[in-house]
Design a protein around this ligand. Sequence first.
Ligand SMILES: *Cc1c(COP(=O)(O)O)cnc(C)c1O
Length: 341
Amino acid sequence: MSVIDLRSDTVTRPSPGMRRAMADAEVGDDVLDGDPTTRRLEDRVADLLGMDGALFFPSGTQANQTAVALVTEPGTELIVEAQAHVVHYELGGIALISGVQIRPVAAPDGILTASLVKGALRPASPHVPRISAVAVENTHNAAGGKVLVPAVLDGIVRVAGDAGLPLHVDGARLWNAAAALGVPPDRLTVGAASVMVSFSKGLGCPVGSCLAWRGDRRAQVWEIRKRLGGGMRQSGVLAAAALWALDHTAPRLVEDHTHARLLAERLGGRAGVRVSAPETNIVMVDLVRDGDSATAAVARLARRGVLVVPFGSRRLRAVTHLDVSRADVERAARVLAEELA
Ligand SMILES: *Cc1c(COP(=O)(O)O)cnc(C)c1O
């Protein structure tokens, strides 16, 4: 029985075409005097995102942490949605690395809005911490791949701008958001001071993210990355995979979204589960019967060759990606329906 791995869009293996591009990459020492393929990727990403520059990072976490250090000051607060990746999955890095306190704002569907951000602002006072930046996540992982649409983003940018606060966009899946909306990625970065995008999620690369910024901040970003141990040498081997993915994988992301919708449709309306319509490639399945347990369900599904992850005590997460076909999704849906409904 072949295994259908829906645990994350990070489980993809580099395709033969991507591996060839990596093998053929022109390289140099990027820390010493530059790697030409890495530079090409950084220029292309800055251009795609409408930003003034970008650097290549080994991980999204390191790029996010660099961004927070870049746009905040120690002893201040970062306004961020309460379920954000930087809050839950970066091991307190904001506190440790930037000396910054998070000011979590709960949004019912994970999507920050102008009025939520406005509500978190406080009048200046010698008694309360100053806020130094705002961060948003697009798409929002814990909210089930929800898209932060341009109109809402513009509102946040306006409120943040009025308060003099820079905005960081955690866009690990910004490519998915752009594909779902049918807009160019730079529409989703308007007004942002910094943007992180990943290549190791839906784009299917083994490694890599970029942090892009507005203004003249290359030296600062370089310094923070180097301090965190993110300077890489012949990184062109990895950047070549990302360049290949921008050409070959990004255009097919909508297929993953179609597959996610298909999975949700097959489960929708069945007793025992509740599934909301996915906007991108993440499907959240809630178990609604008393006594249901996500970990027990994950184990039952695994025995039948379908891998998903628990996301809370009665919630499962399934993520579609380029290594699952429509037939895989049909089979996974049958197994989920039989085991859960
Ligand atoms: C995966 C992810 C990250 C971190 O990326 P890594 O490369 O795994 O460190 C950051 N933000 C979001 C929203 C993510 O999904």
